[in-house]
Structure formats: structure tokens, C-alpha cells
Design a protein around this ligand. Structure first.
Ligand SMILES: CC(C)(COP(=O)(O)OP(=O)(O)OC[C@H]1O[C@@H](n2cnc3c(N)ncnc32)[C@H](O)[C@@H]1OP(=O)(O)O)[C@@H](O)C(=O)NCCC(=O)NCCS
Length: 181
């Protein structure tokens, strides 16, 4: 799926563009996710666990664009990738009413309203698709993300204790949230 480009204004007055990354962005997308993974403990992988080649990332981006089940929306500020988000629509008669979302923005761009702009688009996309329940997971302590998700009407429905173990031995719970559309 491909998101039609949309220009937004950030809290600092700059403009940004929301659009689906294209294969030409592959190297930058890889660098973005590695950087983002090193800037927070609240993503599921460490930077060194991202070891796709640029060619593999190009193929991944192409597959996503051609897929009927996933929409990825990146945010570009001054032409550079600032963040990315995804919504994956579940398939099948029993789970097809649900969709899950994920988001990661580079630290330099936190607090500018990019997450909020992305969530507004993800929710509107899900509504148009006919999704009944949007879902996501967040890790214990991720107050910024929790604030964003609650602002958009997501509610915590379950906890997996000790779901994550950090390099320093700290265990974190993973929480599951749902929003009924
Ligand atoms: C979590 C994340 C997606 C939020 O995106 P963002 O672009 O910074 O979000 P926004 O600027 O739209 O909104 C942030 C909101 O959190 C609030 N906030 C900022 N710091 C906060 C904190 N420590 N505690 C609670 N709320 C906080 C802001 O005031 C703002 O609220 P408002 O819109 O009511 O004014 C982004 O910070 C991020 O990618 N973090 C690292 C990766 C990550 O955690 N991904 C989510 C995994 S579940």
C-alpha cells in the first residue's frame, strides 16, 4: 500500500512530508532504524540486530508498497527521514477486523507533533479500510508513547511481565493496547 504524500506543519513551524518511503530511500531507512534503535530502550531490537543489506531493504520497501495488508508512512523533514510508522491489517475471517500499528521517530524530532500527525493518518486509514480494532504494544516506562496512544483513545488491555530483558539485565513489561473504531 502507498500513502499519498501529505504536507504537515510541525510544532516548530517547519513543514514536513508524510509519504511512503521508496526504494531510493533504502540506505537512509536502514540508517534511520539503526539510529532510532540506539536512541531508546523502547524499541524491540538493538542497532546491531538490524543487519539487512541495502538491496534487502530495497526489496522490503518494494514488497510493502505492493502488499495489500500493510501501509508504511515515513516522515521527511528537509528531505531527510525523521521517522516511520506502519499499520498491518490482519487477514482471515476470524482476525480480519483487527490491525496493528508501530512507530519510531528519531530523537532529534521527538515532541514536534510527528507522532500525532502519523496517528491521525493511521486511524483514518484504518477507518476507511473497515478495521474495527487497532492494536499496539508498548514497553514499561515509555511515558511519551503512552501519552500519545491515550491521547488517540487507545486503552491498555493486558500486560506481559518480564517480556523484555535489556543488556543491563533490567526486565520490562510489555503492555498491549486497543482502540475500538
Ligand atoms: C513515542 C513517539 C512515537 C512519540 O512521537 P512524537 O512525534 O514525539 O509525538 P508528538 O510530538 O506528536 O506527541 C508527544 C506527546 O507526548 C508528550 N510528552 C512528551 N514527553 C513526555 C513524557 N516524558 N511523558 C508524557 N508525555 C510526554 C508531549 O507533550 C506530546 O503531548 P501533546 O500532543 O498532548 O502535547 C516518539 O517519541 C518515538 O518514536 N520514540 C522512540 C521510539 C518509540 O518509543 N516508539 C514507540 C514504541 S511503542
Amino acid at each position: 500500500m502507498i500513502f499519498q504524500p501529505k504536507t504537515i506543519t510541525l510544532k516548530n513551524g517547519k513543514t514536513a512530508v508524510l509519504k511512503t518511503a521508496s526504494p531510493e530511500n533504502a540506505a537512509e531507512m536502514l540508517s534511520y532504524i539503526k539510529t532510532a534503535s540506539g536512541e531508546t530502550d523502547f524499541l524491540l531490537r538493538y542497532p546491531e540486530e538490524w543487519n539487512l543489506t541495502v538491496a534487502q531493504e530495497e526489496a522490503w520497501i518494494q514488497n510493502l508498497a505492493a502488499s495489500s495488508g500493510t501501509l508504511a508512512i515515513a516522515c521527511f523533514v528537509d528531505g531527510k527521514v525523521a521517522g516511520n510508522c506502519e499499520i498491518s491489517f490482519k487477514k482471515g475471517m476470524k482476525e480480519g477486523h483487527r490491525a496493528s500499528v508501530a512507530i519510531a521517530i528519531l530523537k532529534a524530532y521527538w515532541g514536534l507533533g510527528i507522532g500525532s500527525a502519523m496517528f491521525a493518518e493511521l486511524i483514518s486509514t484504518a477507518k476507511n479500510y473497515g478495521t474495527e480494532i487497532m492494536e499496539l504494544d508498548y514497553l514499561q516506562g515509555n511515558e511519551r508513547a503512552l501519552h500519545l496512544y491515550e491521547k488517540f483513545g487507545f486503552k491498555t488491555v493486558s500486560e506481559i511481565p518480564n517480556a523484555i530483558k535489556l543488556k543491563n539485565g533490567t526486565y520490562l513489561s510489555e503492555f498491549h493496547m486497543q482502540k475500538y473504531l
